[in-house]
Ligand binder design. Structure first.
Ligand code: HEM
Ligand code: HEM
Length: 223
């Protein structure tokens, strides 16, 4: 994507290694936070409704955010034919979407069973818009680039818009996760504590992950 005649002179490879280290760290920190400090997970629970809520950050971070980030960078991380890269791209996005839908269902379930109103925060508004746009982008991407596929001219015209809206939705995902972490922090009145440090550090690594994915997309696979 660099302007003709100019170049970044750096390949995407070192940044993909960094992004993968971030993925491992974000996943580990999220699990430690939810298992050690928040009491783990349950889909149904009579007395520990918070365990139902915990499925929300788990599925949204480990499932939705990390899988969609990995899906975007497959064109730089998988050294295979474009057809296989596309297949992995669409499968990873599908896993992200499935996790996202179950994760949002879990927080609605938690709210309804605990008599908490729905959709009253900026986080929930941006979050629900993100999931809806993501599902739409997936369907449009699938029908245009995989099956039955649009004709070549139309595909070529759609591709830059697909990449642009894909990055926009990914940006919205980062914003939603960051606002989700922040409001959880405030709801729990955490102030200075080990848990507070874990949540803030996770948020910081998530920001770095977003920046890395953005950089990987614009860097060439080889210089
Ligand atoms: C992209 C990822 C995420 C999406 C799409 C998302 C979406 C949503 C939606 C739609 C709601 C509203 C549920 C309702 O009104 O019944 C909600 C609630 C909530 N989410 Fe998230 N969420 C995401 C990530 C997170 C994360 C990582 C946390 C961290 C703990 C979090 C914390 C919360 C909290 C505390 C609520 C309840 C308060 C509220 O309605 O805003 N979310 N989320
Ligand atoms: C919500 C789901 C999706 C999102 C967020 C998304 C996002 C993206 C992004 C950001 C890029 C640019 C990557 C780069 O330039 O390195 C891209 C490229 C691409 N995506 Fe998707 N995508 C989604 C679903 C799909 C689906 C279902 C297909 C069907 C096969 C697809 C096919 C493609 C193709 C063919 C490219 C071009 C790769 C290239 O430039 O060689 N995408 N996508």
């Amino acid at each position: 994507m660099a302007k003709s005649g100019s170049s970044f002179s750096v390949s995407a490879v070192p940044v993909t290694v960094f992004a993968h280290l971030l993925v491992i760290s974000i996943a580990a920190l999220t699990l430690v936070w939810l298992l050690k400090f928040r009491g783990g997970f349950a889909f149904n629970s009579e007395f520990h409704k918070a365990k139902i809520f915990n499925l929300h950050p788990l599925l949204m971070t480990l499932g939705f955010l990390l899988f969609s980030g990995e899906a975007i960078i497959v064109y730089k991380t998988i050294p295979a034919a474009r057809k296989w890269q596309k297949l992995v791209h669409l499968i990873l996005h599908f896993i992200a979407l499935a996790a996202g839908i179950v994760g949002v269902y879990a927080v609605f379930k938690f709210h309804n069973e605990s008599n908490i109103p729905n959709m009253y925060t900026l986080h929930s508004w941006i979050g629900l818009s993100t999931i809806c746009l993501f599902a739409f982008q997936w369907l449009l991407g699938f029908f245009s680039f995989w099956y039955p596929r649009a004709e070549p001219m139309r595909r070529a015209r759609m591709l830059p818009w697909h990449a642009f809206f894909g990055m926009l939705i990914f940006l919205m995902t980062i914003v939603t996760v960051e606002t989700g972490l922040t409001q959880k922090f405030i709801f729990q009145r955490l102030l200075r504590s080990q848990e507070a440090l874990i949540i803030n550090f996770t948020g910081l690594l998530i920001l770095l992950f977003g920046m890395s994915v953005g950089l990987i997309v614009i860097l060439p696979r080889r210089v």
